[in-house]
Design a protein around this ligand. Structure first.
Ligand code: SF4
Ligand code: SF4
Length: 432
């Protein structure tokens, strides 16, 4: 694609990067076929190619974002299916990240949107605030239906609907400290405990620590780590995202330099995609660029790490598992085979739902900010999963777990919960 940025514009490294991404696009449109919003809405402007044109036009002309650009960029799930499909290697992720920052800096959203986004950014990344908000949501739940009928309160009603009815107590797994290996030691890792996941489903990190220590891996929960920054990063709140990244880079650098780390383990693939991008996000910060690149190189999804441990094959279990590959797993991190091979090796019968490349509509805060498109995608995903007639669903991202669980009676677990069970742990609750 030809571009006409001026030398002055290209002096900005963010613009220069976007220009080099734009130049790779050859307008072929292959990406439209796998884009969930194009497949759902059928509008070119809701396809990757259409969004690329909108972003190009906005950046090239140095214009502030307008309502049209914001509408179509907001509808993008950042699922990155387009990057998997694109034959030209267009890095849509970094392009749309830049566009979102530009929108945040140049566009004044309506009051309701500012309020909703402000609440999400102030609550979700902080486990104690999130836990408190879920308690409050429980009280407000009976009014959700009413609120959804009032335009100004509709999104708050959607939030109440999504809040779980039960809230688990804070887990020991989130407490800083070292969990020693329970077998001959073969590794030392840090684990990201995360922000929303330990509140919504603390059993995921508990199963991870149990399994790793049982396999001889020492697990460190470093003091001071927190949200990876993905939630605010996808809202274009770059300073807040970079502050989260710097804090985690500092914490993990200290852990690397004190006891050494073989890996930084992440159990939510949405977070993994962002942490693997820290090196890029902080590339212009001379104090952090090198440290962030080191952290990104050590970041591994739990299934990626387990795949390197050569786990023994287990007896077949009479249980079929529909494996839902989160977008951040398959498109963001390109991890496609490891989780399924681990499950098969562990004795489960693995089934692939049709249209596995399409997003379930969770996408961070997307199911709150774009509830109609999200609901359509969820229904499509659930239909494909239920067609497998599997006994249980497994996936590697908390957002997908909460999204899909609200659409089906089939139990849904994190992959690690099944693996922990197969390798000596207790049977996860909810499986008959
Ligand atoms: S990230 Fe997903 S929703 Fe956004 S343009 Fe690409 S395929 Fe479409
Ligand atoms: S597939 Fe790649 S090169 Fe083709 S239109 Fe989409 S982004 Fe551009």
């Amino acid at each position: 694609m030809q571009t006409t940025f001026t030398p002055e514009q290209l002096a900005d490294p963010h613009v220069a990067e976007s220009e080099s991404i734009l130049r790779k696009c050859v307008h072929c449109g292959f990406c439209t076929a796998t884009c969930p919003t194009y497949v759902t809405l059928g509008n070119e402007l809701d396809s990757p190619r259409g969004r690329i044109y909108l972003i190009k036009d906005m950046l090239e002309n140095g214009r502030p974002a307008d309502e049209e650009v914001v509408t179509h960029i907001d509808r993008c799930l950042s699922c990155l299916a387009c990057m998997t499909t694109c034959p030209s290697g267009v890095n849509y992720m970094h392009l749309v990240d830049h566009a979102r920052v530009h929108i945040e800096e140049t566009y004044r959203r309506p009051l309701k949107d500012r309020l909703v986004r402000g609440v999400l950014a102030a609550v979700l990344p902080y486990p104690s605030r999130f836990r408190l908000s879920l308690r409050v949501a429980r009280l407000g739940r009976p009014f959700a239906g009413l609120m959804k009928k009032v335009p100004f309160l509709k999104t708050f009603g959607v939030m109440l609907d999504l809040a779980p009815t039960e809230i688990a107590a804070p887990s020991e797994a989130s407490k800083p400290g070292v969990r020693p290996a329970n077998a001959e030691k073969r590794g030392r890792v840090a684990i990201l405990t995360g922000c929303a996941q330990p509140v919504l489903k603390p059993g995921i990190n508990e199963a991870t620590i149990r399994l790793l220590t049982r396999l001889g891996v020492e697990v460190v929960v470093p003091e001071g780590e927190g949200c990876c920054g993905a939630l605010v990063h996808h809202m274009g709140r770059e300073e807040q995202a970079l502050a989260s990244a710097r804090r985690n880079v500092d914490v993990w650098t200290k852990a690397i330099e004190t006891g050494g780390l073989d890996a930084i383990i992440i159990t939510a693939s949405g977070c993994g995609t962002t942490i693997k991008d820290y090196g890029h996000m902080l590339r212009l910060d001379p104090d952090y660029a090198e440290k962030a690149a080191r952290v990104s190189a050590l970041a591994k999804d739990i299934t990626e790490y387990l795949a390197g441990l050569d786990l023994p094959r287990q007896e077949p279990k009479n249980l079929s598992v529909a494996y839902h590959s989160a977008c951040s797993m398959q498109h963001g991190q390109k991890i496609t085979m490891a989780p399924k091979l681990l499950l098969k090796n562990a004795g489960f019968v693995v089934r692939d739902p049709a249209e596995g490349h399409l997003c379930c509509g969770s996408a961070g805060t997307y199911n709150i900010l774009q509830p109609e498109i999200s609901a359509t995608l969820k229904a499509r995903k659930v239909k494909n999963i239920e067609a497998t007639k599997a006994d249980v669903i497994a996936t590697g991202n908390i957002g997908c777990i909460t999204q899909i669980a609200t659409g089906t009676a089939i139990p849904i677990l994190h992959t690690i919960e099944l693996l922990d069970w197969a390798y000596g742990g207790d049977k996860p609750a909810g499986i008959s």
